[in-house]
Design a protein around this ligand. Structure first.
Ligand code: G6P
Length: 484
């Protein structure tokens, strides 16, 4: 049948996110090939073994858009693609609306606000261009709410993910008051005095959009409390701080804390497949018997890669005993390259990496290996090899690298961890914690990691791995679903 009721659908459980569990690319012969996405959300959803469950996501590029328009209602046939039992519906949002919503509002505005990334003397500027982007963001959120309303069975549970979709819960509730709606924020949440940078109507729409959900979930209590503080300060909402509820406009939203953990079983198995072994051998050949400091990130402003490199340079400048005895392996793969800030940042990372090698390299020692292409098995190989892992974000919702390294480490790894990462709340006891802006303190922590006695490193890594896998993705997802 090609007709579809515009009343209710059949899905008992739905997930909505901008980036879906699969993406398409066009091969040379014009056919579409499908790639499964990584990450906690994809593995979390595989816990639902219900063929009627539906994941609604956006078509992100031309190949996705082709796939979405070929499939009836954008419902893709993914049988045999290892993406869990659920169906995927990709929304074909027109490219200009999508770009304004995704680049303009989600990634240049809301992401910047929550990660405190603005250089405020000159940015942000909320002008007519922003207003066009804001209209697009509203249309994009409405498209998600419409699709969810059409797919959801009566009384279904809908889990809306992240800052791209902050208006969707309230829009969906207006259309389908029968649904149980959850929202989950994968980012930090800005303190009220910074959140207030947003135009008043935008700030209010974001908060009330999320308060349209029955439950709003956060990765740490820090971010949940910051959200509650914004609701009090900007909306005058009533917050019960012990029950973690927000009462506004006659409704109550429960705030939940669900600290997404690493997928231990998957990682341990994946990290010992032949493709990882091969890459490990190549890294070992490059490093020799030297110590290693490893970092793996998207080339993302909030990850603080530049200060990480400056800290490494400071270590080499002030502690010459490490010359020829350590190699920094930095994987920084491309992200959000439509934004000028990200392109500039990438160039700065590459320039600094070049300078460090120019300053210290010898004919037999290359102090820094920087790779800017994404290769998951190579990242796992680096995790296994690392003596020290550097995770120094300016601010981060959780940071799963900090949780993954201890799980797959071959011989124990010291973790240098920013106190501004959500993961700090669970891992601080056994990590070497740093203020991410303090390059000298970061260099000292790298040195402490490199000189940590092997036995202590092993013991700490064991405890870190246990803490890191306390709430694996499937349980994280089911906890939210059950709480609804
Ligand atoms: C963060 C966000 C996710 C996002 C991911 C990658 O983890 O919380 O929602 O999908 O970054 O960013 P991208 O813009 O490539 O989807």
């Amino acid at each position: 049948t090609t007709e579809r009721s515009n009343q209710t659908g059949t899905a008992p459980v739905l997930v909505a996110s901008n980036r879906g569990p699969v993406s398409f690319s066009t091969s040379d012969d014009g056919t579409l090939t499908l790639r499964r996405g990584g990450g906690g959300l994809v593995s979390g959803l595989s816990a639902i073994d219900d063929p009627n469950a539906v994941w609604v996501c956006a078509a992100l590029g031309d190949a996705d858009r082709r796939a979405a328009t070929q499939a009836p209602y954008g419902r893709l046939d993914l049988a045999g693609h290892d993406v869990g039992g659920q169906a995927v519906r990709m929304l074909d949002i027109d490219p200009e609306t999508f770009a304004r919503a995704y680049n303009g509002v989600a990634n240049s505005t809301l992401w910047f606000v929550h990660h405190l990334l603005y250089a405020t003397p000159t940015a942000p500027v909320f002008d007519a261009g922003f207003r066009a982007e804001w209209s697009a963001y509203r249309a994009y959120n409405a498209a998600f709410a419409d699709a969810l309303a059409a797919e959801a069975a009566p009384g279904a549970a809908v889990l809306v993910q992240d800052y791209h979709l902050s208006l969707t819960p309230a829009l969906l509730r207006a259309a389908r008051p029968d649904l149980r709606i959850g929202y989950f924020s994968h980012t930090p949440w800005a303190p009220p005095e910074y959140f207030r940078l947003l135009p008043d109507d935008v700030a209010e729409a974001v908060l009330t959009g999320i308060l349209g959900a029955d439950r709003a979930g956060f990765l740490t209590e820090r971010w949940a409390r910051a959200f509650a503080a914004c609701c009090t300060d900007l909306l005058g909402a009533t917050v019960d701080h012990s029950a973690l509820t927000v009462r506004y406009a006659g409704r109550t939203t429960h705030l939940g804390v669900h600290a997404l953990g690493a997928d231990g079983d998957f990682l341990r198995e994946r990290a010992h497949r032949p493709d990882v072994d091969e890459r490990l051998a190549a890294l070992r050949a490059a490093v020799g018997d030297r110590r290693t400091i490893v970092r793996v990130d998207r080339t993302e402003l909030s990850k603080n890669i530049v200060r990480g490199l400056q800290a490494y340079r400071h270590l080499l400048r002030t502690r010459p005993e490490w010359h020829d005895r350590v190699v920094h392996i930095a994987f920084a793969y491309p992200s959000r390259t439509d934004l000028a800030e990200y392109r500039d940042y990438t160039a700065e990372v590459e320039r600094l990496a070049h300078d460090i090698n120019a300053e210290f390299a010898t004919p037999t020692w290359r102090p820094l290996i920087l790779h800017v292409d994404d290769d998951f098995p190579r990242s796992l190989a680096a995790y296994r090899l690392a003596d020290v892992a550097l995770v120094n974000p300016i601010r981060d919702g959780m940071n799963l690298v900090a949780k993954e390294v201890p799980v797959v480490s071959d011989h124990g790894c010291a973790l240098v961890l920013s106190r501004e990462a959500g993961a700090y709340d669970e891992l601080a006891d056994d990590a070497l914690t740093v203020n991410p802006y303090d390059v000298i303190a970061t260099a000292d922590a790298l040195h402490a990691g490199l000189t940590m006695p092997a036995e202590e490193r092993t013991e700490r890594t064991k405890r870190l791995a246990a803490a890191a896998t306390a709430l694996p993705p499937q349980q994280w997802f089911l906890d939210q679903l059950n709480a609804l």
